[in-house]
Design a binder for this molecule. Structure first.
Ligand SMILES: [Zn+2]
Length: 54
């Protein structure tokens, strides 16, 4: 499963719950950026949580 952002081929690590749109699976880097927006909840995928470690 790849990040759903265009031009991004990193593996999806987080599910974003977007109130005004469908949920999307994104990589850790995009989750950090998109997770800053009001209303978006970032939900790390359990089997990919190691990708979030810096
Ligand atoms: Zn990405």
């Amino acid at each position: 499963m790849e990040c759903s952002e265009s031009d991004c081929e990193r593996p999806a690590a987080v599910e974003l719950h977007v109130p005004w749109d469908e949920n999307r699976l994104v990589c850790a880097a995009h989750a950090r950026v998109l997770g800053q927006r009001d209303g978006i909840v970032a939900d790390p995928l359990p089997d990919r949580s190691e990708d979030l470690l810096e």
